[in-house]
Design a protein around this ligand. Structure first.
Ligand code: FES
Ligand SMILES: [Fe+2]
Length: 352
């Protein structure tokens, strides 16, 4: 179930330049490019004439205009057709569907649905990704599974122990109970797991240099449908943040996922890891990037298998949920409300 009338991450800002770039978001093929002034534009990737995909050669971008590579229909940055071959009159309706688009926190967001609703719909923040105080590595992996399976996966991190053992999983992740909070007014699901005396997994021992046991806090904040944050705190056992809020003995990692449906059964799995330590250490950056990508690919492999099962079974298939699933179930309820058009969940959040 794809929720429309929402903002979705379409790309990292770095992916879009002065070349034609296409990505399918929520089943719609969208053409992106950057104008000479640097603004990102988004419009349908289908020529209005005979539906040629404008992202395909020999379509060209000439002075902020897209010239269709089939018969030469020419479009401006707003998607309006400004020239057609063989006649001077351009049909009035010749316009590519434009999409509301904005760039924020290193992401390009696109609004899919009724464009009149774009301005009143929140775009959640991930400020670490575009901050001089954090070092970021990031990537995107294609997932051949429906996006709700990834939401389920990310809302319950107890799977780290089993699926990601040797990377980020240790016994304590699965054995430590979670607390779940649902803020229906703000439309956010929170899931926390605070391990106060845990094994340090390789992902953190090699990046922080901590040896021995650690305090490991995982605080998830999911803003449906697209943005998932994992506030991760790693510290020597017994260390807690000071009353003034500072936390000098701890290492902080902000893990960000943007979960964007490509189609009903495939997903763009954007990931980013921001850290506030070893900030100039390129070896640590390379290590974290490689480790996190491996972890993401472990999820991708498992969810690709699960998709084939889910696709072969009826929608009311039997599942058995336990405590660890509380966050995932809350997320499902919130997504269902969004799909039903509950404006309270989709409204901009003050200060967000
Ligand atoms: S399909 Fe684009 S000009 Fe004919
Ligand atoms: Fe995972």
């Amino acid at each position: 179930m794809i929720v429309r009338d929402q903002w979705y991450v379409a790309a990292f800002g770095r992916e879009i330049g002065h070349d034609l770039f296409s990505r399918t978001i929520c089943g719609e093929s969208i053409l992106f490019w950057r104008t000479a002034e640097g603004a990102v534009t988004a419009m349908s990737d289908r020529c209005v004439h005979r539906r040629f995909p404008l992202s395909q050669a020999p379509t060209r971008l000439v002075d902020d205009r897209v010239v269709c590579g089939y018969h030469g229909f020419t479009y401006d940055a707003g998607g309006r057709c400004v020239a057609v071959p063989g006649q001077t009159r351009v049909p009035r309706t010749a316009r590519l569907r434009p999409y509301p688009v904005l760039e924020q926190d290193g992401f390009v967001w696109v609004f899919v649905g009724d464009p009149d609703r774009a301005a009143g719909t929140r775009v959640p923040r991930a400020p670490w990704l575009d901050s001089p105080d954090w070092t970021v590595v990031s990537g995107m992996e294609p997932l051949a599974a429906r996006y709700d399976l990834l939401v389920d996966n990310l809302l319950d991190l107890s799977h780290e122990t089993y699926l990601h053992g040797g990377y980020i999983g240790t016994p304590e992740v699965a054995s430590t109970p979670i607390t779940t909070e649902v803020d229906d007014d703000a439309g956010v699901v929170y899931v926390s797991r605070h391990m106060d005396d845990a094994e340090c997994p390789p992902f953190y021992s090699r990046s922080t240099g901590l040896t021995g046991r650690i305090a490991r806090w995982q605080d998830i904040e999911y803003t449906p449908p697209c943005l998932y944050l994992l506030h991760s705190r790693i510290a020597p056992v017994g260390s807690v943040p000071r009353p003034d809020g500072s936390d000098p003995d701890a290492f902080h990692v902000e893990v960000v996922y943007a979960i964007t449906p490509e189609t009903e059964t495939s997903t763009h799995d954007f990931w980013a890891v921001a850290r506030d330590f070893a900030r100039d250490d390129e070896e640590v950056s390379a290590f974290i990037a490689e480790q996190n990508r491996t972890v993401v690919l472990q999820d991708v492999a498992a969810l690709n298998v699960l998709e084939t099962v889910v696709a072969s079974e009826p929608a009311d298939r039997q599942e058995l949920s336990i405590n660890i699933d509380t966050g995932g179930l809350a997320a499902r309820r919130m997504l269902a409300r969004l799909a039903a058009g509950d404006a309270a969940v989709a409204a901009p959040v003050a200060g967000a």
